[in-house]
Design a binder for this molecule. Structure first.
Ligand code: MEV
Length: 312
């Protein structure tokens, strides 16, 4: 049997904009998806992840397409049958890179089961192929975080060459709270929607994309300097431009407001939006606890974790 895992992630700056070559900042979280793979006469997928309601059904066809794409990228028969178990501590909530984490986990497990000895670089590129089934035209930020962990600066090469990926040094791990709207989102549709609106309205979208770039650059400086107040302010600003490009939702805005009212340094949606999750920067156990209590009282699922803790 082959085994593998991949990290979940939060995006601190730049989701959606990264698809178009704007830099973004991503951090892995200490929850991962695990996979076990055995050769089998027929294809069996046993997905035992904790998920938001409807997540598995919504993603089922994309999951099958993703596995076929990955087998092809490994120069294997795309219809090669396996018995695949998927589990781990990362819940199947939209926005946490759960699809990328599962792609990396499955790619690693197949590599082990078939003794392919694939390097991390190859696993990352195979998982990127898998991500296309879920996100249409992904930037590659999610699979890169799922493969390597850590906090990273990511800039896609829109011409299709090597992406720019740099580790960001963070002074100490910082507490965050991830809040889930409980709504499953279709990343592919969200990514396509932004691309369509950008094309239709360059006068509005051009300046917003410029702002996103400035925010990522300022965000990196603030993260590296350990200036968490500044990081929080910039995250708030990032949420505002995500609202402007039409990817937030009523529930995401509500959770973001709730976290800010409790004193979070900053809060924004994370990932594709349109449902899924938000992230609040809550340095210190006490502040983290306050945001957790507010989410609990209001009946929302949450993850209390840290950025800057895990690397592969
Ligand atoms: C999803 O976690 C992030 C998006 O920017 C899509 C991508 O970059 O592939 C929405």
């Amino acid at each position: 049997m082959g085994r593998g895992s991949g990290f979940g992630k939060v995006i601190l700056f730049g989701e959606h904009f990264v698809v178009h070559g704007i830099p973004g900042i991503v951090s892995a979280i200490d929850s991962s998806t695990d996979a076990e793979v055995k050769k089998s006469p027929t294809m069996v997928i046993r997905d035992e992840r904790k998920t938001a309601k409807g997540y598995s059904e919504e993603k089922r066809l994309q999951q099958i397409e993703s596995i076929e794409r990955m087998l092809k990228a490994m120069d294997l028969d795309p219809k090669m049958p396996f018995d695949i178990w998927i589990g781990g501590t990362l819940p199947g909530f939209s926005g946490l890179g759960a699809s990328a984490a599962s792609s990396v986990a499955i790619a690693r497990a197949i590599s082990e089961e078939l003794n392919l000895n694939l390097s991390n670089e190859k696993i990352n590129s195979v998982a990127y192929e898998g991500e296309k089934a879920y996100a249409g035209n992904p930037s590659g930020i999610d699979n890169t975080a799922a493969t390597y962990g850590g906090v990273m600066w990511f800039k896609k090469n829109p011409a299709g060459g090597q992406d720019l990926v740099e580790k960001i040094h963070i002074k100490r791990p910082v507490e965050i709270v991830i809040g889930s709207t409980g709504k499953v989102a279709n990343t592919k549709a969200m990514v396509e929607g932004v691309a369509d609106r950008k094309k239709a309205n360059p006068a509005k979208y051009g300046p917003l994309f410029k702002q996103a770039e400035s925010l990522a650059v300022a965000g990196r400086k603030a993260v590296e300097a350990g200036d968490l107040k500044k990081v929080g302010d910039l995250m708030n600003e990032n949420h505002r431009i995500l609202q402007e490009i039409g990817v937030s939702s009523k529930e995401l805005d509500l959770l973001v407001d709730m976290a800010r009212k409790q004193g979070a340094f900053g809060a924004k949606l994370t990932g594709g939006g349109g449902g899924g999750c938000m992230v609040a920067l809550t340095p210190g156990k006490e502040l983290q606890g306050k945001v957790v209590s507010a989410f609990k009282t209001a009946g929302y699922e949450f993850i209390a974790t840290k950025i800057g803790v895990v690397t592969y």
